[in-house]
Design a protein around this ligand. Structure first.
Ligand SMILES: Cc1cc2nc3c(=O)[nH]c(=O)nc-3n(C[C@H](O)[C@H](O)[C@H](O)COP(=O)(O)OP(=O)(O)OC[C@H]3O[C@@H](n4cnc5c(N)ncnc54)[C@H](O)[C@@H]3O)c2cc1C
Length: 557
């Protein structure tokens, strides 16, 4: 298919001009994956996202590209096998975004005794993980003595530590991975993609779904399509209701939150799995934003997993959520952390498919489900960030079965080895700005560098204490379809998750950079800043957190 555009105005016009083979609703990882799969098969594809790419669950995950040891312990071997296969594919297809991440599982003793049963069970889970596909990453798990374990996290309580296991997984910036899929679908395979474009009605013709009415910028666009894929996560029942009439009530949202704290308080050089006292669960403690001296700026901790029946549009962290994670980390470090250390939070909803019997949400399957409605609309839900490609393949396979007159080539999925925009091997020697931009933009970092070469002021920091540069905001508006201050501070960069209060201070500067790019008036610019500050204020006050000062000088890049 012809090369496409990632310009929003151009794409909104194109939405109304063509009859597409496929219209994908929802620009999370699943929808972006479906759009790439369909476009790569040569289908005329459109993707519309009502808010921003990844603004739903796909920017709020634990950011792990993993099989999930826990699912293995639940006996879901096939899920783990498939997820580990996808992990390997992603490391090949987007090596700049998906990095290897070692994990430490500390083993604690009680009154000087190790629980031998727990240690044995962990040991066999480690072997199973390696055998199920973990070994494909090129490294096998290891048992570490106490001294080696504590080198990876010097704040661990040495008196209770008996040893540890070390194993390997991977991690990715979830929002940027989603964006990379949408850009690859559009720029390399001709998909027509637009954010801030909401489906409000479905079109039907001859008893079959035939497109949708999309609201964007105060106007309505009729998008004609021979098939429609509903990839709207926790909203998928709402879109199904537009097709089926009644609300199917098939999704059971489960809330998960994370907190970000200064790395200096934890000093873990790899991810650590920490058990939660008086609960069956563990949480991940993940170092974030590497510095050139081998340290990191931040550590994030999560996730919780609780049943949720509040509004799906805006899940918030509660004081209890934050207390739960602080309790977990404080049981594993010698110096306690408190609310004043929490510089960022995020809350997301897992789109779990309801089971016939409803137990704890943590026990519900992470498998995905593809259904085809009476009118031919394909809905794909559930799954994980890690398995998006496989979900997309299944969804597109389901729709090509129902489309007549397609060339044979359209029946074959092409994404298993398809490299994403920017894909390049990581340069282990890169440091500072070069490393920061290469990790986020891959080969496209050269465009950001060129912006700075043209205007040195764009090389200044975007948010005090974080490595993002002003050029990244300009690049986001020109090349990544960012249309709000929030798009830039929350998803093009991850600054809001990393330094909530500093981003409120930076919002005015960010708006000033975006205004000429996006044609904002002085009033639009002020509104953007006010809307952003209101968002972060709500995010801080909902869990009852104090404002945090600037993050310490010595951790700046
Ligand atoms: C706390 C937490 C931690 C997790 N950690 C991990 C992890 O570490 N690894 C992993 O593999 N998985 C993880 N997951 C799972 C993973 O994040 C989700 O499975 C995945 O992000 C779901 O993506 P999605 O595209 O299906 O949904 P979403 O990302 O929610 O996307 C749906 C999109 O549809 C849009 N939409 C809704 N209605 C409309 C409409 N009418 N018109 C247009 N667009 C619409 C929404 O705005 C939204 O952007 C985690 C999940 C949670 C909640």
């Amino acid at each position: 298919m012809a090369l496409g555009s990632f310009d929003r105005a151009t794409n909104l016009r194109a939405l109304g001009d063509t009859t597409f083979d496929v219209l994908v609703i929802g620009g999370g990882i699943t929808g972006a994956g479906v759009a790439l799969d369909a476009a790569a098969r040569g289908l005329r594809t459109a993707l519309v996202e009502r808010d921003d790419f990844a603004s739903g669950t796909s920017s709020k995950s634990s950011k792990l590209v993993h099989g999930g040891l826990r699912y293995l312990q639940n006996g879901d071997i096939r899920l783990v096998y498939e997820a580990l296969r996808e992990r390997q594919r992603l490391r090949h297809n987007a090596p700049h975004l998906v990095r290897l991440l070692p994990f430490l599982i500390p083993i604690f003793s009680k009154d000087g005794l190790i629980n031998a049963k727990v240690a044995r069970a962990l040991g066999s889970a480690m072997w199973m993980y390696d055998l199920t596909g973990g070994a494909r990453i090129g490294k096998l798990h290891k048992r570490l003595k106490k001294g080696r374990a504590v080198e990876h996290m010097p704040t661990l309580p040495v008196d209770r530590l008996a040893g540890a296991y070390l194993y390997y997984d991977a991690a990715a910036d979830d929002a940027r991975l989603t964006l990379a899929l949408a850009r690859t679908a559009a720029l390399d395979h001709g998909a027509v993609v637009a954010n801030h474009a909401k489906v409000v009605e479905l079109l039907h013709e001859g008893g079959r779904v035939a497109g949708a009415v999309v609201e964007a910028d105060g106007g309505r666009i009729e998008v004609r399509a021979r098939s429609v894929v509903n990839a709207t996560g926790v909203w998928s029942d709402d879109v199904r209701a537009l097709d089926e009439g009644g609300h199917p009530d098939s999704i059971r949202p489960a809330k998960g939150i994370h907190i970000t704290v200064p790395w200096a308080k934890v000093r873990n050089d790899i991810a650590v799995v920490v058990p939660v006292p008086k609960d069956k669960r563990s949480v991940f403690v993940v170092p974030w934003l590497p510095t050139d001296d081998g340290g990191f700026q931040l550590t994030y901790i999560g996730t919780t997993d609780t049943d949720y029946d509040g509004p799906v549009d805006d899940p918030q962290c509660t004081p209890d959520d934050v207390a739960y994670l602080l309790r977990a980390i404080n049981a594993a470090v010698s110096e306690p952390l408190d609310e004043a250390d929490v510089v960022g939070t995020w809350a997301g909803l897992r789109p779990l498919v309801k089971a016939a019997t409803s137990g704890r949400t943590a026990d519900l399957s992470r498998r995905h489900k593809v259904t085809v409605s009476e009118h031919g609309m394909v809905t794909v839900t559930g799954g994980k960030l890690t398995t998006y490609r496989e979900m997309a393949e299944d969804a597109v396979d389901a729709l090509v079965d129902h489309l007549e007159g397609l060339p044979r080539a359209a029946r074959r999925c092409r994404t298993a080895t398809l490299r994403l925009r920017g894909a390049q091997a990581v340069d282990p020697e890169a440091t500072g700005r070069d490393r920061h931009l290469a990790d986020r933009f891959g080969t496209e970092a050269r465009v950001v560098h060129a912006l700075i070469d043209g205007d040195a002021a764009l090389g200044e920091p975007l948010v005090a204490g974080l490595p993002y540069l002003k050029a990244e905001a300009v690049y986001a508006a020109r090349h990544e379809m960012a249309t709000t201050v929030d798009d830039v501070l929350t998803r093009r960069t991850r600054a809001r998750l990393q330094a909530r209060d500093e981003t409120a201070v930076a919002a005015g500067d960010v708006a000033a950079l975006l205004a000429p790019e996006l044609g904002w008036s002085a009033e639009d610019t002020a509104q953007q800043v006010a809307a952003y500050v209101a968002l972060v204020t709500a995010e801080r006050t909902a869990p009852g957190l104090p404002t945090t000062g600037p993050i310490p000088e010595e951790t700046s890049p």
